[in-house]
Ligand binder design. Structure first.
Ligand SMILES: NC(=O)c1ccc[n+]([C@@H]2O[C@H](COP(=O)([O-])OP(=O)(O)OC[C@H]3O[C@@H](n4cnc5c(N)ncnc54)[C@H](O)[C@@H]3O)[C@@H](O)[C@H]2O)c1
Length: 252
């Protein structure tokens, strides 16, 4: 489907990370031009090098917890490519693995600020441009941990449950005005985030492999493919949905 997103303009947050970087590549392969957004300048620039897309992608340093920063990203995207059709709100941070009563309040608040409030801020900045156009597709990244829990992950689990609720609320408000809003719920995807958790908790991903009936962990491209589908006309009757891309993780 090389032309699925031909002429479309996308942005990806957390695009310096494992899922975001590959999603940028898959969006480009499908004909979109892409704004690459990340709080890390080094990681964002590495993504630009990795995709090698010339004028079809640019990096803009963006903090999803800061509305002015995000509005700057939307403005730069419109200035560069003229519009914003597909927004993949994907930035997120992992959690230390402590049981709830041991979690420092500051750590809980920081995670909520990025994983949950960050999605609110992202949509708040994107929606006005999409309303001007009368169309757009927003795709938030939650997690399979948005519908089930895991010990030691209270902040992460609750932030991802909240993203699903926020997605449904936004879909209800804006779907009649041309903006579809959906969320993707990845299972465990092999990325630097999982590698970091593996360092903190040796054997973490091997343990989780057993929880994926399909017999493998996910690849970043599995999520990129879902973003292309949700971002394109192929999914034109889909809004407010929580799309599990989890190899069956949440079936038990
Ligand atoms: N990897 C998995 O198995 C998995 C599973 C389910 C859900 N997810 C979710 O997918 C998303 C991407 O995960 P990943 O595995 O690619 O993680 P990652 O750590 O590889 O990448 C996350 C990126 O987000 C960026 N970021 C962090 N804070 C930011 C901020 N305030 N503003 C802008 N960018 C910021 C980081 O710099 C990093 O480049 C996250 O929302 C994560 O919760 C991941």
């Amino acid at each position: 489907m090389p032309d699925t997103l031909s002429g479309k303009v996308a942005l990806v947050t957390g695009a310096g990370g494992g899922i975001g970087r590959e999603t940028v590549r898959v969006l480009l392969e499908n004909g979109a031009r892409v704004a690459v957004a990340d709080i890390s300048e080094d990681a964002g620039r590495e993504t630009i090098e990795y995709v090698g897309a010339g004028d079809d992608a640019f990096f803009h340093k963006t903090d999803v917890t800061d509305l002015a920063s995000f509005e700057g990203l939307v403005a730069k995207t419109v200035e560069t490519y003229g519009r914003l059709d597909v927004a993949h709100n994907n930035a997120g941070i992992e959690f230390s693995g402590l049981d709830l009563a041991d979690v420092p309040v500051e750590e809980f608040q920081k995670l909520i600020a990025v994983n949950y409030t960050g999605v609110f801020i992202s949509m708040k900045a994107e929606i006005p441009q999409m309303l001007k156009q009368g169309e757009g597709s927003i795709i938030n990244t939650a997690s399979a941990l948005g519908i089930v829990a895991l010990p030691g992950q209270s902040a992460y689990v609750s932030s991802k449950h909240a993203v699903i609720g926020l997605t449904k609320a936004a879909a209800m408000e804006y779907s009649g005005r041309g903006i579809r809003v959906n969320t993707i719920l990845p299972g465990v995807i092999r990325t630097p985030m999982i590698e970091a958790l593996d360092v903190q908790h040796p054997g973490f991903s091997d343990m989780l492999l057993k929880e994926h009936p399909i017999g493998r962990l996910g690849l970043p491209r599995d999520i990129g493919n879902a973003v292309v589908w949700l971002g394109s006309e192929l999914s034109s009757f889909v809004t407010g949905t929580s799309l599990l891309v989890d190899g069956g993780y949440s079936t038990h």
